[in-house]
Design a protein around this ligand. Structure first.
Ligand SMILES: C[S@@+](CC[C@H](N)C(=O)[O-])C[C@H]1O[C@@H](n2cnc3c(N)ncnc32)[C@H](O)[C@@H]1O
Length: 348
């Protein structure tokens, strides 16, 4: 029997402080359900003063299993030892996704940015809880995209990604940033901008669409050419922007009403700390554009909207909310006014 030991990224503690181990164990547990062999004794262990997460399996992990482990948001290094021979610790090579350079989501720092490790975790939890795998041609939407952390993290995995953002300035900055990134990395790419629809209020939505590949040859291939799109629009109109059941994953960090306001339908409710109003209008839209077996993962501040109310609204809309252990382990304190949690819901 073999014991695998995972060393966590030292930055992980900074993101979640005292709760980082709990979140890492929850993400690991979901990941281990996807492996080709059964895993036992999933736990946190200390070896000569160093903390690891560990689990036991019968035999060596396959390439496929290692690919799942390499995707973990917190993983820094992996070791293996034979159970009963604790003196030997052998390093195991990881193979993290790098369709585009993963450093992309670390380059920008701005107020209201979602931490990239947390973002990667949300994407992983969504994928692990869906009927799909990283080997599928995943279509992912972030309906509250900000300056694109989710889009970049998902693009690193080779997913096709789309973001919606109400603030035109942010859409503009994201477009410039990604264009410069592709140029510097010498990717073959194209950028097109077109109008999507005009609402009765005269508000127009437009899309900036990047198509890109590492080189000319790959750009010609339907499979190797990837898409990253940003819509300057409003999540409340999601259904008008996309065909039904387009997305495998919908992932987003909802506005906290501090750096950003929720822009709902009604004219005089543009700034509120609770995302409840935004969710009432958008969840039915999200339900229509999500594929069956697809998954929705949204982060929000539990202090301003209780989890039970969020879950009840999701059920009413037709989602199946995943609530059992380890899905109840993702709550963590960000600061005095924010207790962040994620809700994970499937379209049955
Ligand atoms: C917490 S931020 C997301 C940050 C993003 N994950 C990042 O790292 O850049 C939430 C974003 O939602 C946007 N937003 C608020 N209401 C919206 C709506 N109805 N449709 C689309 N975007 C909205 C805000 O402008 C803000 O940029």
């Amino acid at each position: 029997m073999l014991r695998y030991l995972l060393l966590r990224n030292p930055g992980h503690n900074r993101v979640y402080y005292l709760e980082s181990e709990k979140l890492a164990l929850a993400e690991l547990t979901l990941t281990l359900h996807r492996l080709e062999q059964t895993c036992a004794s999933i736990e946190s262990v200390d070896l000569v003063g160093v903390n690891y997460l560990s689990f036991i399996v019968e035999k060596s992990l396959s390439e496929y299993d290692l690919a799942w482990l390499s995707r973990l948001s917190f993983i820094f290094a992996l070791f293996v030892q034979v159970v009963g021979d604790e003196s030997n610790l052998k390093p195991v090579a990881l193979n993290p996704p790098s369709h585009i350079d993963p450093k992309i989501s670390m380059l920008l720092k701005y107020g209201g940015k979602t931490n990239e490790i947390f973002t990667r975790m949300m994407i992983n939890v969504g994928l692990l809880s869906s009927d799909y795998s990283f080997t599928d041609s995943i279509q992912l939407l972030d309906p509250v995209a900000g300056k694109g952390t989710t889009l970049y993290e998902a693009a690193t995995s080779g997913f096709d990604v789309t973001g919606i953002e109400t603030e035109r300035k942010m859409v503009h900055e994201t477009t410039l940033f990604f264009k410069r990134f592709l140029e510097e990395e010498k990717y073959k790419h194209s950028l097109t901008k077109h109008s999507m629809y005009s609402s009765s209020t005269g508000q127009e939505a437009f899309i900036q669409l990047f198509e890109y590949a590492p080189d000319k040859q790959a750009f010609k291939s339907e499979i190797d050419r990837k898409h990253l799109a940003i819509i300057a629009g409003n999540a409340i109109h999601s259904r008008r922007y996309f065909k039904a059941e387009k997305f495998h994953l919908i992932i987003g960090d909802l506005p906290y009403g501090i750096a950003h306001g929720n822009k709902g339908k009604k004219k005089h409710t543009s700034r509120t700390r609770s995302p409840a109003e935004l969710m009432q209008t958008t969840l039915p839209e999200f339900h229509k554009i999500l594929k069956k077996g697809g998954c929705l993962v949204l982060a929000w501040n539990k202090f301003v909207w209780p989890r039970e109310e969020f879950a009840a609204l999701l059920y009413t809309t037709g989602f199946q909310v995943l609530d059992a252990d380890p899905y109840d382990q993702f709550t963590h304190r960000v600061d005095q006014s924010i207790k962040r949690d994620i809700v994970v819901a499937r379209k049955p």
